[in-house]
Design a protein. Structure first.
Length: 241
């Protein structure tokens, strides 16, 4: 059985004060799930220090598709590993939407992450228009297609997982139905293999975490705003454990 994973994505939120308040409380807790927090890049080193010696991992919200070099403003996978990161979110819908990241870019970023031994969380998802047009599965399959090249080179289920985030359910307060989630998670596992973990991300909260976590094929959750509240995040982690 895959151990459930809870990943907190702080997005572009937080401060040194918030890092101290939330992570100092978090490190005193113990959960049955594998728990990670992905904080903004300026706070990664501080987060690693705060969680040192605890079972919790620190991850990045993004990574460059390039190695070290003349790429002003970018952060390489090697640098993330150097400061103590264990994982990185790749291809979040907000990266795809606001920064025009393509499927090819996402695969390039995953390749860099795997090269240095970090764990990748690859995000996929469809828009409401694509779902209403009956193209949701085709969209997800196309986003996953290029991953097979890396899988053929040894990128197994211990190296990366997929986070399914229906774009129409992110930050809207509207979560996909249990049937929609179960169906898409089953489809993703069919495309990649049943041993690959699939997380759900899309308005995950303390109030719906238990229900979401009980859905067949859900191996954990990618949590947005609720991960900044240590009480709510703790309830989500307990639901996963």
């Amino acid at each position: 059985m895959i151990r459930k994973r809870v990943v907190g994505n702080w997005k572009m939120n937080g401060s040194t004060a918030v890092i101290g308040e939330v992570l100092d409380q978090l490190r005193t807790e113990r959960y049955g799930a594998e728990v990670s927090v992905c904080v903004p890049a300026p706070y990664l080193h501080l987060a690693v220090d705060k969680l040192a010696g605890s079972p919790f991992q620190v991850g990045a919200q993004n990574v460059s598709e390039y190695g070290d070099g003349a790429y002003t403003g970018e952060v390489s996978a090697r640098m993330l590993k150097d400061v103590g990161c264990k994982l990185a979110i790749i291809g979040h819908s907000e990266r795809r939407r606001y920064f025009a990241e393509s499927d090819a870019t996402v695969v390039g970023k995953l390749a860099r992450v795997l090269e240095v031994g970090l764990y990748g969380i690859v995000c996929v998802g469809e828009t409401l228009a694509e779902r209403d047009a009956g193209r949701a599965e085709a969209k997800i399959e196309s986003q996953l297609a290029q991953l097979h090249t890396l899988m053929a080179r040894g990128a197994g289920p211990d190296r990366f997982c997929v986070a399914y985030e229906p774009i129409w359910a992110i930050g809207t307060g509207r979560a996909a139905s249990s049937e929609q989630i179960a169906s898409m998670h089953e489809w993703i596992k069919r495309c990649l293999g049943s041993s690959y973990a699939v997380l759900y991300g899309g308005s995950v909260k303390a109030g719906n975490a238990t229900e979401i976590m009980s859905i067949a094929g859900v191996d954990g959750v990618l949590v947005g705003g609720a991960s900044l509240d240590v009480k709510d995040f703790g309830e989500i982690c307990r639901a996963a454990g």
